[in-house]
Design a binder for this molecule. Structure first.
Ligand code: ADP
Ligand code: MG
Length: 252
């Protein structure tokens, strides 16, 4: 656990919109077995960096490495098959499907995939997909609503469904964009427990989160972004006590 470079690594990642570098040369290491948090004011470039890491956007410069392999040029679905999964700030469940079917789609999308053996992931197969679906539903307390149409879920449960879909894919690296947004206290506590358990099992977690108390409670390490750059990084307690970090937050 915590081996540098065994999870997800960004090296000098740049992403421009017009003349503006929304992400301006970011180095980041999200190790296996650790919860790494990415914080910073609105517009800092957190979601854009996530897009570059997950494959939704191509960096203009720099590299993204998964378990030491250069995945910079792979599209998001190929990264997902290699065990790199994400959730979105804007939730998007498949409408017209039940809760359980939504989670199953997440499982099927990657358990069919090839190349997983290279990264020490479970072999593909229907039983694995079914088992992964059931486990994700149970972990996120969605069993009772498994046959509900997903579009009838309240926001908090919908966010847990999105996480369940990613979990069903047995991720090696999981990127979470504001996972606690819209959750009540009990759901936030469950989220924390699940993320801790995932890290203990050997998943690398990287989360963007506005709730600094949650970050303080959960994260092993923190990166702070402002204006496209990392302005502070390190163990959670020392980063959150850094006056430059407080100044960046004051600017929001
Ligand atoms: P954060 O997630 O930290 O709030 P974003 O990554 O969403 O920040 O945005 C970083 C900067 O990039 C902002 O200035 C934002 O306006 C700009 N930006 C993000 N997405 C786009 C886009 N698709 N086109 C143009 N500018 C964008
Ligand atoms: Mg964002």
């Amino acid at each position: 656990a915590g081996t540098p470079g065994a999870g997800l690594v960004a090296r000098g990642v740049v992403r421009r919109f017009g003349g503006i570098a929304a992400v301006d040369g970011v180095d980041l290491d999200a190790p296996i077995g650790r919860i790494t948090a990415l914080i910073g004011p609105n517009g800092a470039g957190k979601s854009t960096l996530f897009d570059c890491l997950a494959g939704a956007a191509r960096p203009d410069a720099g590299q993204v490495l998964l378990a030491g392999r250069d995945i910079t040029r792979l599209p998001d679905h190929a990264r997902a098959r290699l065990g790199l999964l994400r959730t979105f700030q804007q939730i998007a469940a498949f409408q017209g499907l039940t809760v359980a079917e939504n989670v199953r789609v997440g499982a099927e999308q990657v358990h069919r995939g090839t190349g997983r053996g290279l990264l020490g992931l479970p072999p593909p197969g229907r039983d694995t997909a079914r088992a992964a679906t059931e486990r994700a539903l149970r972990l996120l307390d969605l069993d009772a609503v498994r046959d509900w149409p997903a579009d009838r879920l309240p926001t908090g449960a919908l966010r847990l469904l999105e996480l369940a879909r990613a979990l069903a894919a047995t991720p090696r690296v999981l990127l979470l964009d504001e996972p606690a947004a819209g959750l009540d206290q009990a759901q936030t506590a469950r989220l924390g427990t699940v993320l801790r358990a995932l890290a203990a099992e050997g998943t690398a977690l990287l989360l963007v989160e506005h709730d600094v108390e949650l970050v303080a409670r959960l994260a092993d390490a923190v990166y702070v972004m402002a204006a496209g750059r990392v302005i502070a990084r390190g163990p959670t307690a020392s980063v959150l006590a850094d006056p430059r970090v407080a100044a960046a937050w004051g600017a929001t």
